[in-house]
Design a binder for this molecule. Structure first.
Ligand SMILES: Nc1ncnc2c1ncn2[C@@H]1O[C@H](COP(=O)(O)OP(=O)(O)OP(=O)(O)O)[C@@H](O)[C@H]1O
Ligand SMILES: [Mg+2]
Length: 152
């Protein structure tokens, strides 16, 4: 990660917690923005997938949250920060198939227990911290082939 890299785009998107009213809207916007910035489609798709999974988890489990998108010429940085119940056992939550989804979440089509492992698999850097009763923070970085950006 290059923390001194020039940020060419930065935006914070609020995400409603415990509600599916707007579920998926942030990841749709993120994908459109990245495509507008001429980010290669494969990279934009990966960024949209990790954003979507983080967004749906906030919609499912948190009280409220936000997603921060930052783009530099070399990488896409996505942070998902929420306030809510937090995760007691991160190692267990990271396992494929682990889910505490309720019937309501199931009925929305979620709760396979794949979101966090997808986020880890589709990002080049993945970091999660959580505090029970406080909330959860995710940071994910996807590297861009630096030949592509800036040719807009
Ligand atoms: N932001 C969050 N706040 C609180 N708990 C969370 C959060 N994100 C994930 N969890 C916990 O971690 C578990 C695993 O999350 P993960 O996204 O991998 O699967 P899922 O959301 O249950 O199902 P899927 O993502 O496949 O629809 C969740 O069931 C939930 O218990
Ligand atoms: Mg999930």
């Amino acid at each position: 990660m290059n923390s001194h890299e020039t940020v060419v785009y930065e935006n914070t998107f609020p995400v409603e917690g415990k509600s599916f009213n707007n579920a998926g809207q942030v990841s749709t916007q993120v994908k459109a923005l990245l495509q507008k910035m001429k980010i290669p489609i494969k990279i934009a798709r990966r960024a949209a997938i990790v954003t979507y999974e983080a967004e749906i988890n906030i919609c499912s489990y948190a009280d409220h949250g936000k997603i921060i998108l930052r783009v530099t010429p070399e990488e896409i940085i996505i942070e998902a920060i929420d306030e809510g119940q937090g995760i007691a056992d991160i190692e267990a939550a990271m396992e494929e198939g682990f889910s505490t989804a309720t019937e309501r979440i199931w009925r929305m089509g979620f709760g396979a227990g794949m979101g966090l492992s997808n986020m880890r698999n589709f990002s080049d850097y993945f970091h999660i911290t959580s505090e029970v009763g406080k909330g959860t923070r995710l940071k994910m970085i996807i590297c861009i082939d630096d030949k592509h950006l800036g040719k807009q």
